[in-house]
Design a protein. Sequence first.
Length: 404
Amino acid sequence: MKIAYMTGEYPRATDTFILREVQGLRQQGLDVITASVRTTSADQHVGPEQKTEAAATFKILDAAKRPATLITSHLRALRHPARYFRALRLAMRTSPPGFRNHIYQLFYFLEAAVLADHLRREGVDHLHNHIAKSSCTVAMITSQMSGIPYSFTLHGPDIFFEPHHWRLDAKTKTAAFVSCISDFCRSQAMLFSSPSDWDKLHIVHCGVEPERYAPGPRADRPTLLFVGRLAAVKGVPVLFDALKSVISQHPDVLLRLVGDGPERQHLETRATQMGLQDHVEFMGYKSQADVAEALSRTDIFVLPSFAEGVPVVLMEAMASQVPVITSRVAGVPELVADGVSGFLVPPGAVAPLADALQTLLGDANLRAEMGTAGRAKVASDFVSAKEAEKLMHLFERYGSKTPS
């Protein structure tokens, strides 16, 4: 089987789980090519894996901007007029209300013909999309236009904020199957789809390679680590407030922030205004190897998000035998057992987060016990090779099903 993997931007520093999944499927013997709607910027290519994938990935929008490519792709698609106009009707029928949204939907239709032509030339048997928003709309239209079945991985949480806008119901109906990253995710897909489509909703976790991670010598001072996009949804200001209250008892504590994003400048200013400049280190994007190294030297991993799916970075921390403190949201409790592998705290609540930090900073034995439990959980249920095998079986099972 030849599979095409696509998403809005690939590869990205923050989406290493997609790259691991692609690599895992290739190791299972599948021929996997990649496509990205937009071209990722060079700062997203933080390691050799991203650079290699970026060079080999088909950039849909770049190709569609070439008039000859765009026109030729649509002329080829018109050789099958029934499929072509069904795809156009699907694009218009699933458009959100409003003139601007209709225009965007036409753009997705134009891009779909370019992708369909690329898939035809590459001899692709099945198209799979990650992130069920605009790139999945392109995938849905492409499937209708080309006759190539498609599927998608449903993550959340943002798709569940606007499921009607992104027509999650139509995507679930027209897809061969849907890969849901957690039971919570699957339940939300059930909420926004017809019961007749529930049997095509399958759980396939994101995963890690536990052998990449191991504890190492700890830093000279108590070290907390956050890894993620510096955006409002991650709740970093709440972490700063909790850190401020912890410093009186742990004056040497250091918080390291790996990642970048739209809130970075604001957070740097906030840290200085709070007098935390000697306790907070902004590290920017790092490669997978650099993140593994940072985890090996970390005492506690903290992720105080307001909304999440099931964060892969939590799996990486747990595989590194680092206890975690994170928010009790969405599918996170399916990974982190409160009081066993870490602490689950209410999102946005400073005092419980500070209490959890105080408890773990003051108890090395508890940190070790939680670290051991966390690694065991990841090794049991969140190994990327095992999850890739599940996905491969789904491709084999549904690969011949054409779109509705």
